[in-house]
Write a protein that binds this ligand. Structure first.
Ligand SMILES: [Zn+2]
Length: 323
């Protein structure tokens, strides 16, 4: 892969994200995943998680993506999030006799939006929602910051979170009708222990979007678009070796992944304790990154934090993992 930000990378990224070349690469990625996981196997075991009448089921797709099925047990209303590869998601829906009311898409990348056209074909009249500023393929409705989407008792608020892409959005499900915590479907904005690459915006934009997601209540469940937890937390432990929350989480993740169990959801409160991309205001992180700022008694400015965010990204991309 060409270096992120380099000329070759920019050309390749433009072709992937804006032209049908992206669809071709996506089909190749699906074939790769099918070859790696033959006979219907997947990167993770399917484990529905129930919170009273609310069930959230991460569906493992491609090499490390998650689509989600959100179901209200009282009314049977179901919503699908980010079906980048439609086939395994539709298979699961058929097995469970679920007829989805809508699809919510976080951003335009094919591993999240690549199944939209198949959903349109499979479920006549289905609505497919995507961010207004992101040119998501095959949507029927666009959404913007502050919109509320209601499907029976399932209510999602749309939060604009640019940085990974120019129009990335996350969807926050109101847990109150179920006596459950809220849930954020965070796409490639926030991962367990990490955040998305800054393909379409400067670090200051991503920083602002991460600050916004940190405004959600601490108990909000985080359902990310990829199973990246192991690598992310290994790097977090490297960057902050004395962070016991990171170390404890790493031990737990290793146990989960040995059995191919999913690592989601985490919570916003947990993420603040170990996710280095959310900790650019912490002295331990800044010191480890080699960034100095204006005195020990003043919190770092947003400009220093944006510099730190870029440096966390750079060091993580260069990090050599224990495979
Ligand atoms: Zn993406």
């Amino acid at each position: 892969m060409a270096k992120e930000g380099g000329c070759l990378f920019r050309i390749g990224y433009f072709l992937y994200s804006r032209t049908s070349v992206g669809k071709f690469y996506h089909r190749r990625d699906i074939a790769k995943a099918r070859a790696k996981y033959p006979d219907g196997q997947t990167h993770s075991v399917i484990q529905p998680k129930s919170y009273n009448d609310l069930t959230i089921t991460p569906i493992p797709i491609l090499l490390d993506n998650y689509a989600y099925i959100v179901t209200c047990g009282k009314t049977g209303t179901s919503i699908v999030v980010d079906p980048g590869d439609a086939e395994p998601v539709i298979n699961y829906l058929r097995e469970q006799n679920i007829n989805p009311a809508a699809v919510l898409v976080t951003h335009k990348h094919w591993d999240h939006a690549g199944g939209n056209a198949d959903f349109k074909r499979a479920f006549s009249g289905i609505k497919i929602f995507g961010g207004k500023h992101d040119n998501v393929p095959d949507v029927t409705n666009t959404v913007d910051h502050g919109h509320n989407l209601e499907f029976g008792k399932l209510t999602f608020s749309v939060h604009f979170t640019p940085g990974h892409t120019v129009g990335h959005v996350v969807y926050v499900l109101d847990g109150r009708p179920f006596g459950a915590p809220d849930s954020v479907f965070s796409g490639d904005h926030l991962f367990l222990g990490g955040c998305g690459r800054m393909f379409e915006g400067p670090p200051s934009t991503m920083l602002s979007s991460l600050d916004n997601i940190c405004q959600l209540s601490g108990e909000t469940l985080v359902w990310p678009g990829h199973e990246y937890a192991n690598d992310n937390i290994e790097f977090a432990c490297h960057l902050e070796p004395s962070n016991t929350a990171a170390q404890d989480k790493f031990d737990w993740i290793k146990q989960q992944r040995e059995k191919r169990l999913t690592t989601c959801p985490s919570t916003i409160e947990e993420e603040k304790k170990y996710n280095p991309f959310l900790r650019t205001n912490m002295e331990s992180v800044l010191t480890s990154l080699g960034i100095t700022w204006n005195g020990a008694f003043q919190p770092p400015t947003d400009s220093v934090r944006a510099q730190a965010l870029a440096e966390v990204r750079r060091q993580k991309d260069a990090f050599k993992y224990n495979l």
